[in-house]
Design a protein around this ligand. Structure first.
Ligand code: F6R
Length: 248
């Protein structure tokens, strides 16, 4: 696993945006789609702002980009203020020239009976396109990636999961209290994340420093799903100084 430390999250996010822009352009020149795996939450906000900037100021086109988001709360209506559909539209999709039909986010409106088949179709769509070229990740305080919480297996598939209490507490400020915070979510499984050709995990701030140390320097254990990335051959943790502060 590679770790790269930046002075702050702004410079770090710009570097990640540059890598993504370069990949999009290489794929364009090859007349190939560029398959991106995307995350929500606070960590990638600066990245999406920079990608929007590159589109508006430097003409970066997303016409050949296909995206698959990691997760969505369940149940969740797409037009709800807290939906990841809304997050992605506001911060990225509605501000660039990506084709709406090329964006994919797990559907929070399914019935329980529909979820299993939907999840295998979500994975099949990724496979048909040849897999994820570049996967963006944040990390939960407990080491979750996507909503693969502690205990998620390395070969876990896309599925409905129960959110950890700590994850719900972190989300509860957006939902105006724990009682309104969803208990479940649909997440891409660890297996598809590990199959991505390139993985970039971004983490900012002192509050992530302990879990970053465990994930990078600790044992590879299901308790800390981000530690699985030690076994990925092209994964980089992009950190600010604070998030990296406990690394030896
Ligand atoms: C979001 C996701 C989560 C977040 C993680 C960190 O799509 O998959 O794993 O990346 O909870 O969230 P922030 O960035 O808000 O600290």
């Amino acid at each position: 696993i590679e770790t790269v430390v930046y002075e702050n999250s702004v410079t770090a996010s710009k570097a990640v945006a540059k890598e993504i822009a370069d990949l999009i352009k290489v794929k364009q020149s090859q007349k190939q789609p560029c398959i991106l795996g995307l995350a929500t939450g606070s960590s990638p906000k600066g990245l999406y702002a920079e990608l929007v900037h590159l589109h508006k100021e430097e003409g970066l086109s997303f016409k050949n980009v296909v995206t698959f988001n990691l997760d969505e709360y369940y149940p969740m209506e797409p037009d709800s203020v807290n939906s990841y559909v809304r997050f992605m539209k506001e911060l990225l999709f509605d501000q660039v020239d990506i084709l709406p039909e090329n964006t994919h986010i797990p559907d929070g409106t399914l019935t329980k009976a529909e979820i299993a088949q939907y999840c295998s179709q979500y994975e099949a769509k990724i496979e048909v396109l040849g897999g994820i070229d570049l996967q963006i990740l944040g990390i939960g305080g407990n080491g979750h990636i996507g909503f693969n919480e502690s205990g998620s297996l390395q070969n876990s598939k896309t599925r409905l999961v129960a959110l950890d209490h700590t994850t719900r507490v972190a989300a509860s400020k957006d939902f105006l209290g724990l009682n309104n915070t969803p208990r479940t979510a649909i997440t891409l499984g660890v297996k598809k994340i590990m199959e991505a050709k390139r993985v970039i995990l971004m983490a900012w701030g002192e509050s992530k420093s302990n879990i970053i140390k465990k994930s990078v320097e600790g044992a590879v254990v299901s308790q800390v799903p981000a530690s699985y990335l030690q076994e990925h051959n092209n994964a980089t943790f992009i950190l600010d100084k604070e998030a990296a502060s406990k690394l030896t």
